[in-house]
Design a protein around this ligand. Structure first.
Ligand SMILES: COc1ccc(Cl)c(-c2nnc3c(C)nc4ccc(C(=O)NCC(C)C)cc4n23)c1
Ligand SMILES: [Mg+2]
Ligand SMILES: [Zn+2]
Length: 344
């Protein structure tokens, strides 16, 4: 009976594409948020399958499927930091490996590729829709566990991932020898901790220098910096999609930020402007975020991979559209119709 289940799953994966005629699934223009919610687990298996990771590591399909379903279950119904975000981040990781040919061009070993994809899938698991400073300010349980080392949420995401790997029948690294197993877990931890934006800021300078110089794939520091760039690119990848997708995602993010702000107000503390629905101007914040964080990151990547230039162009178009909505917003404010402007 066990074999029966595997054949069904394999069959579903292989005809995944035809059944929902989702074409261009492996193109940068494709938005993973268009995949039907109930097919996301199957498309996640398809990504591992397409990258040859199931074959290379002789992953048991039932183990991989169980792992993916537990990871999906591990995400909460947050306004932005939910399973759909995890799926879309993982999809971009799949696009990078496939379209930039990262394995065959020795930017990544098969081990690094497998752990990278798993890191994308698990990088925000059990997120509560509140950020690191909220944990510390409101002395949550997670802060008491991790605030001394920093990256509170990211340490929790890693801990949750380890819990799933240790569940019966969920350890996708079960075929690794002890050296590979230790290496995989170190990489997994490093990758997930790298998704803390505060870490990204600290790494930016070194990343620039590494990219400017010659990328040396025998230098372990270069490889770490490179994979960190990729992790943050995946986390921010919605901004490289067409306007209506990147705009809708940004609105989800501010829904989550503003509810954190509301929560902080109800707890008697005043939120930062970005999280205060009375003060924040989304267009201004988005122009700033794309200019200061997203563009420099993808421009860095495009110096290594010319194909990424098309994503840089989309980022610039989306920023220009935020500029436009900024000026429209400004006109309403000037006309003293701030109340209506906020509804826009
Ligand atoms: C890579 O890790 C994360 C973690 C959480 C989030 Cl929400 C994001 C993220 N993903 N897309 C976005 C967009 C479109 N806008 C954002 C605007 C501000 C910030 C933010 O955290 N600003 C404070 C910081 C600069 C000190 C994050 C934003 N963001 C990425
Ligand atoms: Mg995160
Ligand atoms: Zn994320």
């Amino acid at each position: 009976y066990h074999m029966k289940v595997e054949e069904d799953i394999v069959q579903e994966i292989l005809n995944c594409k035809d059944e929902h005629n989702i074409k261009d699934f492996n193109k940068f223009e494709f938005s993973p948020r268009c995949v039907p919610y109930k097919h996301m687990p199957c498309y996640t298996i398809k990504m591992f399958n397409d990258l040859g990771l199931i074959k290379h590591w002789k992953l048991k399909l039932s183990t991989l499927t169980r792992f993916i379903l537990y990871v999906k279950k591990g995400y909460r119904d947050a306004l932005y930091h939910n399973w759909i975000h995890a799926f879309s981040v993982t999809h971009f990781g799949y696009l990078l490996i496939q379209n930039l040919n990262l394995i065959n061009e020795n930017y990544m070993t098969h081990m690094e590729a497998l752990v990278f994809l798993v890191s994308c899938l698990c990088h925000d698991i059990d997120h509560r829709g509140t950020n690191n400073s909220f944990q510390t300010k409101s002395s949550t349980v997670l802060a008491s566990l991790y605030s001394s080392e920093g990256s509170v949420m990211e340490r929790h995401h890693f801990a949750q991932t380890m819990c799933i790997l240790n569940k019966e029948g969920c350890n996708i690294f079960e075929n690794f020898n002890s050296e590979e197993y230790g290496q995989a877990l170190d990489l997994l931890k490093d990758n997930i901790l790298a998704t803390d934006l505060a870490c990204h800021f600290r790494m930016m300078k070194k990343q620039e220098e590494m990219i400017r110089g010659k990328f040396d794939n025998t230098d372990s520091e270069h490889k770490r910096l490179f994979i960190h760039i990729l992790m943050t690119c995946c986390d921010l990848s919605d901004q490289t999609k067409q306007w209506k997708v990147s705009k809708k995602t940004a609105e989800e993010i501010y829904d989550e930020f503003f509810s954190q702000g509301d929560l902080e107000k109800s707890m008697g503390s005043s939120p930062i402007e970005m999280m205060d629905r009375e003060r924040a101007s989304i267009p201004d914040l988005q122009v700033q975020f794309i200019t200061d964080i997203v563009l420099p990151l993808f421009i860095n990547l495009s110096t290594l991979f010319p194909m990424v230039q098309s994503l840089v162009d989309v980022l610039k178009e989306n920023r220009a559209l935020w500029e436009v909505s900024k000026s429209i917003f400004q006109k309403y404010v000037e006309a003293g119709m701030k109340g209506i402007a906020i509804l826009l």
